[in-house]
Design a binder for this molecule. Structure first.
Ligand SMILES: CC(C)(COP(=O)(O)OP(=O)(O)OC[C@H]1O[C@@H](n2cnc3c(N)ncnc32)[C@H](O)[C@@H]1OP(=O)(O)O)[C@@H](O)C(=O)NCCC(=O)NCCS
Length: 329
């Protein structure tokens, strides 16, 4: 028997649309201010898809960047897992459009729905296939385009979200690195904290569902806030305890970029210095499933983390779902 296999991150990539929407842009059509948004969320601007862009076009760009970084070709892939709640269409899976875009065939591809926790859910799934020895090269994508589903008359939610995509390529390793731990949780009873009710089988699209604005995100902001703080604190503690880590031995926390105050209170509980928390919410807002892989890719390319770095990733989202992972690069 050799060493047990783990899933190592061989490459990362990300994509954000070039179109920028600033807080000042929101001041033109809702009763808000740059000051309020920055104080309550930490967000200064977000990227939104331009005409012709789709969830799969963003995912494809991130996938190509991750493959290039891994020095691999699309034909080397054995599996694609795409985390999204804002796919190109209700079906087929957005992963199918990505596969087509990569020009490959005859491998399994599928989408996974866990909202803002989606990337960490997908990372865990991809990692299990590698540990089991089923597949060797796995592309894991987190992508969302919430700008297409925001209710731009609801100032309590529309200011939060942006669009983007991030991807990683996993491969087996027997070295002391890769996905060291992952934890996944959900609480379906909290489905009404944040959801997009219209267009599914519960509220099939009709003139009435559109008049009732059910095709837009609904959110109980304050309830989500409390739950997010509690779960992010728990996830950080759980990830460190399960891997025997301390604030000193964690090189970087890459949290879901949900709200600067939520991140601060979770990291503050353990006394993490701010330079150990990667933050880019000021530039992208909450990009849902893309948030963590986008941040991970940026932090790597900026040289803030690299080979040997131990990273804790924590996320929380609709479902309700929450998830964490410890990865050594
Ligand atoms: C949405 C959120 C920023 C609101 O911040 P908050 O401090 O909780 O603010 P509240 O909802 O208590 O609202 C306080 C006041 O600000 C107002 N307000 C809400 N959005 C506003 C905006 N964009 N601009 C100005 N005022 C706003 C509210 O109407 C309320 O006014 P009132 O006191 O007159 O009723 C915050 O609750 C949050 O980030 N929640 C988590 C949401 C989230 O992350 N969702 C995604 C999960 S993955």
């Amino acid at each position: 028997m050799g060493e047990p296999l783990r899933a190592a991150i061989r490459g990362t990539g990300s994509y954000a649309p070039s179109k920028v929407m600033t807080n000042a842009d929101f001041e033109k059509f809702i009763d808000t201010s740059d000051e309020w948004i920055v104080q309550r969320t930490g967000i200064r601007q977000r990227r939104v898809m331009g005409e012709g862009e789709t969830t799969s076009s963003m995912a494809l760009a991130a996938a190509k960047a991750a493959l290039a970084d891994a020095n691999l070709e699309a034909k080397d892939l054995d599996l694609i897992v795409c985390a999204t709640v804002t796919g190109d269409m209700p079906f087929p899976a957005t992963a199918c459009f990505v596969q087509q875009g990569l020009g490959i065939t005859d491998i399994p591809v599928f989408d996974l729905s866990a909202a803002c926790s989606g990337f960490l859910y997908a990372l865990s799934v991809g990692s299990q296939f590698i540990q089991a020895g089923t597949y060797r090269k796995v592309l894991v994508i987190g992508v969302d385009a919430l700008s297409r589903y925001c209710d731009y008359t609801d100032r309590g939610s529309c200011i939060l979200f942006g669009d983007g995509a991030g991807a990683v390529v996993l491969e087996p390793t027997s070295e002391d690195k890769g996905v060291l731990y992952s934890v996944l949780r959900a609480e379906g009873a909290g489905w009404d904290y944040i959801n997009l009710p219209g267009g599914g089988t519960r509220y099939p699209t009709s003139a009435q569902t559109i008049a009732d604005r059910l095709h837009y995100v609904k959110m109980k902001g304050r309830d989500v806030y409390k739950f997010a703080v509690e779960k992010m604190q728990w996830l950080l503690g759980d990830c460190m305890a399960k891997c025997g880590l301390t604030v000193e031995t964690v090189d970087m926390v890459v949290p879901h970029q949900v709200n600067l105050r939520i991140i601060d209170s979770a990291a503050g509980k353990y006394g993490f210095p701010m330079e150990k928390i990667y933050i880019n919410i000021d530039r992208y807002g909450n990009t849902s499933a893309a948030s963590i892989p986008l941040a991970l890719d940026e932090a790597r390319r900026a040289g803030l983390i690299g080979p040997g770095s131990t990273i804790v990733m924590v996320a929380f989202g609709a479902g309700l779902t929450w998830a964490g992972a410890v990865v050594r690069l």
